[in-house]
Design a protein around this ligand. Structure first.
Ligand SMILES: [Zn+2]
Length: 57
């Protein structure tokens, strides 16, 4: 089974139910960055997202 990269926004932002899941890490990071910026007004680098929010499932 291939691995997927997942970001569960609820872990970062308590009232948000947004979940990103992709087998492509760069796509997951891109979607996560756009969501964090557009919805939460926060800018994250790829490294921050990878270290703090992105899970491999
Ligand atoms: Zn969110």
């Amino acid at each position: 089974m291939s691995k997927a990269h997942k970001l569960d926004c609820e872990a970062a932002e308590a009232d948000c139910r947004f979940i990103i899941q992709s087998e492509n890490e760069s796509e997951a990071l891109e979607l996560a960055k756009t969501h964090m910026k557009d919805v939460h007004g926060k800018e994250f680098s790829d490294d921050e997202l990878r270290a703090e929010h992105l899970q491999v499932v």
